[in-house]
Design a protein around this ligand. Structure first.
Ligand code: HEM
Length: 443
């Protein structure tokens, strides 16, 4: 299998760290759809072919686990929560959590997500300067919304009191997890590197807040013989230990707010750059009778939903998924031994010219009509480990646009250049997303 040599990797060391996304693009351009990295031990492969990706993530998923350095790094913060855990814990916890994400339940929490969006918009855009247009970091706004939506919809909790501490701790966790995940070989637990010490401290910060959320809920108590239908209620009713519940809470906070916040910030940037597309969202929203619900947007608001789908194609927050084979397998026609590491990058797959003509262009119309969903489109992953929050996230994104765009116009700044896409736990805009927000005058 072709790939960069050890010397190439040594030369690229700094650029890999500074901008892993460009490195991946370059490596795939130079070496093709299956790339081998020079590491000691079992092979490490970059798989950039939609069929081979489906094989690993879906068809042959039971032979591919999450025992990778990246997930081990995440587990240092989240513990064995849903995202990082393996069988048999994973399937048991997935079944417990699933009802909190069912269609009916999501229909019921639309009001909570709407309140989260309205609260953050009111707080963030109430400055009078916005009347005539002001530069606002919309990434900070979307972070607040993402966090508040998770708190209200999944934990029935008001996280405002914990917001700053949670935002700080999760962003620190994201940075440290990425740094720990860069290690090619795991460092044994007994070696207390400074990074591990910081990771442990961050984990403690998140644990303290989670423990408070759990305690507050216990004090509120039961209604009937149950804690309720939200995720926290389900977990408390399930008989899981407190440390297990805490791991799931931290997982949901990290997986559920950073991703949506980043995706929304990129969506607003793309709409700021494309005023006709933004106007079309506004027109479609104006024709919607009553408040926009959290589910069922593809039929009701096809353009707005297509905008979201296209933004997730161009800026998939989860930019790299990793798996390790538990037995020999065949990937893209190549026999691989047990222990092989595979990296699948939605960022790369979403830029393939054979699937997406003019792949760097923002064209929501790709997602309108029949046959719009293509193989190799996997912002939420694929197969059994598909994102449990997919419907919630898509619904939240449309709903936030429906609360923001009817009242505000979003433009790029006069000296506009796109922020760099920084690949951390999610692909987020480095230095924030400063856009000009102007309050629209109601005619
Ligand atoms: C899993 C992306 C929002 C919770 C995943 C995976 C991806 C993903 C790609 C699969 C990872 C893998 O296979 O290695 C996204 C994106 C989001 C988003 C792009 C927003 C735009 C959310 C939300 C929540 C959430 C809102 C919860 C509130 C999870 C969990 C898993 C997961 C718990 C692990 C599922 C399992 O393995 O059973 N997400 N996610 N995500 N996501 Fe999301």
């Amino acid at each position: 299998v072709p790939g960069p040599s050890s010397l190439d990797m040594a030369r690229a060391f700094r650029s890999v760290r500074a901008d892993p996304l460009s490195f991946l693009v370059e490596v795939a351009e130079r070496h093709g759809d299956l790339v081998s990295f020079p590491v000691p031990g079992p092979p490490a492969l970059l798989v950039n072919d939609p069929d081979a990706a489906r094989h690993v993530l879906q068809t042959s998923a039971r032979h591919w686990g999450k025992q990778t350095v990246q997930y081990a790094a995440l587990a240092r913060v989240t513990g064995p929560g849903l995202l990082a855990s393996a069988e048999p814990t994973w399937i048991e916890h997935r079944r417990l959590a699933a009802p909190a994400f069912h269609h009916q339940r999501l229909e019921a929490v639309g009001d909570q997500v709407r309140a989260a969006a309205d609260g953050a918009i009111a707080a963030g855009l109430s400055r009078s300067s916005v009347q005539d247009g002001a530069v606002v970091d919309v990434a900070a706004l979307t972070h607040r919304i993402g966090l508040d939506a998770v708190g209200r919809a999944l934990f029935s909790a008001d996280l405002t009191g914990h917001a700053q501490e949670l935002l700080d701790a999760t962003s620190e966790a994201a940075e440290l997890v990425v740094r720990a995940g860069r290690a090619i070989l795991p460092i044994p637990d007994r070696v207390p590197t400074p990074l591990k010490v910081r990771l442990r401290a961050t984990r403690r910060r998140l644990d303290v807040i989670s423990a408070q959320i759990i305690a507050e809920r216990r004090v509120r108590g039961h209604s009937g013989d149950s804690y309720g239908d939200d995720l926290l209620g389900l977990l408390l009713d399930s008989g899981l230990r407190d440390d297990e519940i805490r791991d799931e809470l931290v997982t949901m906070v990290i997986a559920g707010h950073e991703t949506v916040a980043a995706a929304l910030a990129w969506t607003l940037m793309l709409l700021a750059e494309d005023q006709p597309a933004q106007d079309r969202v506004r027109t479609e929203l104006a024709s919607h009778p009553g408040p926009v619900p959290l589910v069922g947007h593809r039929d009701r608001l096809p353009w707005t939903r297509a905008v979201v789908d296209e933004a997730l194609r161009l800026y998939p927050p989860a930019w790299a998924l990793s798996r390790r084979s538990q037995q020999p397998d065949v990937v893209a026609g190549c026999e691989v031994p047990a222990g092989t590491l595979v990296i699948i990058s939605p960022w790369l797959l979403h830029r393939r010219t054979d699937t997406w003509p003019d792949p760097l262009a923002f064209r929501p119309e790709r997602f309108l009509g029949e046959g719009a969903v293509r193989s190799g489109y996997l912002p939420f992953g694929q197969g059994p480990r598909l994102c449990i929050g997919r419907e919630f996230a898509l619904g939240e994104m449309v709903l936030v646009l429906s609360r923001l765009l009817p009242s505000y116009r979003i433009d790029v700044t006069p000296d506009w250049s796109r922020p760099q896409a920084a690949a951390q736990v999610a692909v987020h805009p480095r230095g924030g997303m400063p856009l000009v927000v102007t309050r629209l005058r109601v005619p």
